[in-house]
Write a protein that binds this ligand. Structure first.
Ligand code: CAA
Length: 382
C-alpha cells in the first residue's frame, strides 16, 4: 500500500503540472475545437522534458523512472489536456513498451531508442472493424515471402495514427489457427511501401489526439521486424494492454482531478442567494462524492502502477484501475458540469470538454465490460 509519494515522485508531479498549466492549458480548448494535434507542443516538448521514454532504462534512451512516475506524468498532463495524456500513453505503453518487453537487442536499439528519446512517435495497431473487444478476431494477414513478411488488411481507431513513425501491428500468420492462436506482432515503419492511412475519425472527445485507420496493401517488411515469437502475438497484445490500461487509468484520474479542481474553484466564486454556492449542502455533497471517488481511484491506480514496477502480476490490478478510474472520470465530470450549471454546458469553461474526454476512457484499451471480464476471470479462477 502506498500512502505517501516519494520526493522524486513529487518533483516529477510538480514539474509536469507546471508544464501542463503553463504550456498546454492555454491552447487546450482551441486544439479541441479545431481537432488539432500540435506535435511540437504535445509530443516534442514532452521529449525535451525527458518524458517520451519515462519508464525505459537509460541504456535505451529512457529516463529510467518507475511506473508510478509514468502514472503521475499521464495524470498531470490529462488534468489539463486529456489529448496530450493519451498521446504519451499510447506512445509509451502501446508503441514502445512491447518493443522493450518482447524485442531483440537489435530491435531495441533500432526502434525503441528513437521512441524513448522522442525523435519518433509510436502507435499500436490491434483493432479492426470486426475485432474490437474480440482482439483474437484479427483478420489482417502476414505471409512470409522470401526475405519479407507481406501484410494485408486494415486497422481502425489507431491513436497517434498518421503522425506516428513506428507501429506495432498484429496480423494472422497462420490462417488455419482459430481465435487468438496464429497471430503475430510486427514492427512497421511509416513510409514503408504498401502502408498508408485511411479515414481520420472526428470524435466526441480527445479531439486533438489523432485517430486514424491504417491500411496494408501488399506491405513488405523485413523478416527481422517480427516482434516476439511467431504465432504468440496475442499474448504480446494482452501483456501490452495490461500496461496500457494503467496509462488510461491515469488519464482518467487526471481528467477527474481537473474537473474537480475547476468545480471547487467555481463553487467558491459563484454566488447565488447572496453567497458562494460552495456554502450550500447540495453542492457540498456533490463535491464530497467527487473528492471521495477520486481518492479511491488514485489509490487503486497507483497500486497497479507500483505492482507493474515491482515485477509481480498486475493484470487484474490494471483492469481494476482502469475500470474504477474511468467510471470515476465519467461520474466526476458529469457532476462538475452540474456544479457549473448552465455555464458548465457551454464551451466557455473546460468541464464540458472534460466530460466529453472522460467518455473514451470507458471504451478504449478495453471497454468497462472487458475490464469486468478480466477481473471476473481473475477473481473466480481461485
Ligand atoms: N497476459 C498474458 N496472457 C493472457 C492475458 C494477459 N493479460 N490475457 C489472456 N491471456 C492468454 C490466456 O492465458 C490464453 O492463453 P492460452 O491460449 O495459453 O490458454 C489466451 O491469452 C486467450 O485468452 P482468453 O481465452 O481469455 O482470450 P479471449 O479471446 O477470450 O479474449 C479478452 C479475452 C479479455 C476479451 C481480450 O480479447 C481483450 O482484452 N479484449 C479487449 C481488447 C482491447 O483492449 N482492445 C483495445 C485496443 S488498443 C486501443 O484501444 C487503441 C488505442 O490506441 C488507445
Amino acid at each position: 500500500m502506498i500512502f505517501e509519494l516519494s520526493d522524486e515522485h513529487k518533483m516529477m508531479r510538480d514539474m509536469v503540472r507546471e508544464f501542463a498549466e503553463a504550456e498546454l492549458a492555454p491552447s487546450a480548448a482551441e486544439r479541441d475545437e479545431r481537432e488539432c494535434f500540435d506535435r511540437a507542443l504535445m509530443f516534442d516538448r514532452l521529449a525535451e522534458l525527458g518524458l517520451a521514454g519515462v519508464v525505459f532504462p537509460e541504456e535505451y534512451g529512457g529516463a529510467g523512472a518507475d511506473y508510478l512516475s509514468y502514472a503521475i506524468v499521464v495524470e498531470e498532463l490529462s488534468r489539463v489536456c486529456a489529448s496530450t495524456g493519451v498521446t504519451l500513453s499510447a506512445h509509451v505503453s502501446l508503441g514502445a513498451n512491447p518493443i522493450y518487453k518482447f524485442g531483440t537487442e537489435e530491435q531495441k536499439q533500432k526502434f525503441l531508442r528513437p521512441l524513448a528519446e522522442g525523435s519518433k512517435l509510436g502507435a499500436f495497431g490491434l483493432t479492426e472493424t470486426g475485432a474490437g473487444s474480440d482482439a483474437g478476431g484479427t483478420r489482417t494477414t502476414a505471409v512470409r515471402d522470401g526475405d519479407a513478411w507481406v501484410l494485408n488488411g486494415s486497422k481502425i481507431f489507431i491513436t497517434n495514427g498518421g503522425d506516428a513513425e513506428t507501429y506495432v501491428v498484429f496480423a494472422r500468420t497462420d490462417k488455419s489457427a482459430q481465435k487468438h492462436h496464429g497471430i503475430s506482432a510486427f514492427i512497421v515503419e511509416k513510409g514503408t511501401p504498401g502502408f498508408s492511412f485511411g479515414k481520420k475519425e472526428s470524435k466526441m472527445g480527445i479531439r486533438s489526439s489523432p485517430t486514424m485507420e491504417l491500411i496494408f496493401d501488399n506491405c513488405r517488411i523485413p523478416l527481422d521486424n517480427l516482434l516476439g515469437e511467431e504465432g504468440k502475438g496475442f499474448k504480446v497484445a494482452m501483456q501490452t494492454l495490461d500496461g496500457g490500461r494503467i496509462g488510461i487509468a491515469s488519464q482518467a484520474l487526471g481528467i477527474a482531478q481537473g474537473a474537480f479542481d475547476a468545480a471547487i474553484n467555481y463553487a467558491r466564486e459563484r454566488k447565488q442567494f447572496d453567497q458562494p454556492i460552495a456554502n450550500f449542502q447540495g453542492v457540498q455533497f456533490m463535491l464530497a462524492d467527487m473528492a471521495t471517488q477520486i481518492e479511491a481511484a488514485r489509490l487503486v491506480v497507483y497500486q497497479a502502477a507500483y505492482k507493474a514496477s515491482a515485477g509481480v502480476p498486475f493484470s487484474k490490478e490494471s483492469a481494476m484501475a482502469k475500470l474504477l478510474a474511468s467510471e470515476t472520470a465519467m461520474a466526476v465530470t458529469t457532476k462538475a458540469v452540474q456544479v457549473f450549471g448552465g455555464y458548465g454546458y457551454t464551451r466557455e469553461y473546460p468541464v464540458e470538454r472534460m466530460m466529453r474526454d472522460a467518455k473514451i476512457t470507458e471504451i478504449y484499451e478495453g471497454t468497462s465490460e472487458v475490464q469486468r471480464l478480466v477481473i471476473g476471470t481473475a477473481v473466480t479462477r481461485g
